[in-house]
Design a protein around this ligand. Structure first.
Ligand code: SAM
Length: 251
């Protein structure tokens, strides 16, 4: 019965833990977590004592064989991350793949995830969406990623951090245009939780007026590209001049 359990944990409010997540954490022989501090807060809140194995993005490759051998020895182990669903912009996928290759059972529990909670609260279409995780931290790469996504018609979800959010919004305005609707979802399940949506340039202005508006943890949910409402500001100047020449030709 050696099994790897993927266990989502709260993204702020500890009461968001599920009954099943708790009973799983109470049954397993060990827990894989990203950082000692966060796992200790969780375990002590729920009075759980377990051996902890640390796996983060820096040591994931090295840790996978060690953790596999613990599972192969017959131990049941839970994988958690600092917050929310493990693997979602967090480590774990290599371990899960290795478990499948070694025929170790994997049980994935449903639970809290900032991307899904933000999407559901955004008021933007949820029937088709595209999770993009974090945009690149270097501006040049961020701009080129946004350019790749310019004509993506599905709702886009981005994770972001408070010290980069203004730069991300500036780049969204410059690549997607001033009118693209963007919803800022902040501090889900915590005291300063709020959701504010506006056309990109208005949202940027609103945030710049008061920087405390982007304190804490943030998800940006961005309206997909709408071919019908294609604004002039989204058409590159070169394309405009070609279109004008063509219009002259046909008139
Ligand atoms: N695995 C996590 C999940 O399931 O949501 C995400 C981990 S990722 C390293 C951290 C990012 O998730 C943050 O930078 C933020 O974009 C988002 N996030 C996490 N908790 C959040 C919260 N309470 N409110 C808003 N965004 C949150």
């Amino acid at each position: 019965n050696r099994t790897l359990y993927i266990v989502p944990t709260p993204i702020g409010n500890l009461h968001d833990i599920t009954y099943r997540a708790l009973s799983t954490l109470r049954q397993v022989d060990g827990i894989i977590a990203e950082s000692t501090r966060r796992v200790q807060i969780l375990l002590s809140f729920f009075s759980i004592k377990l051996p902890v194995y640390i796996m983060n993005r820096y040591n994931e490759n090295r840790k996978v064989p060690i953790l596999l051998s613990k599972l192969q020895d017959g131990r049941n182990i839970a994988l958690i991350s600092d917050a929310g669903s493990p693997l979602i912009s967090d480590p774990g996928y290599r371990l899960v793949r290795a478990c499948h290759e070694k025929k170790i059972k994997v049980i994935s529990l449903p639970g809290p995830c900032a991307a899904i909670a933000a999407l559901c609260g955004s008021g933007l279409p949820v029937n088709r969406f595209c999770f993009e995780g974090f945009l690149p931290s270097k501006r040049i790469f961020r701009i080129s990623r946004l350019k790749e996504l310019l004509e993506e018609s599905r709702t886009l979800i981005f994770y972001d951090v408070k010290y980069r959010i203004i730069d991300s919004l500036k780049d969204i305005v410059s690549v997607f245009g001033e009118t693209r609707y963007v919803v800022l979802v902040r501090e889900l399940s915590k005291i300063w939780e709020f959701i504010y949506g506006a056309p990109a340039s208005k949202l940027l202005f609103w945030v710049q007026q008061d920087k405390t508006r982007v304190k804490g943890e943030i998800v940006l949910v961005v309206s997909g590209y709408n071919f019908k409402n294609r604004g002039n500001d989204e058409i590159p100047p070169k394309a405009w001049s070609i279109m004008k020449l063509l219009a002259l030709e046909v008139s």
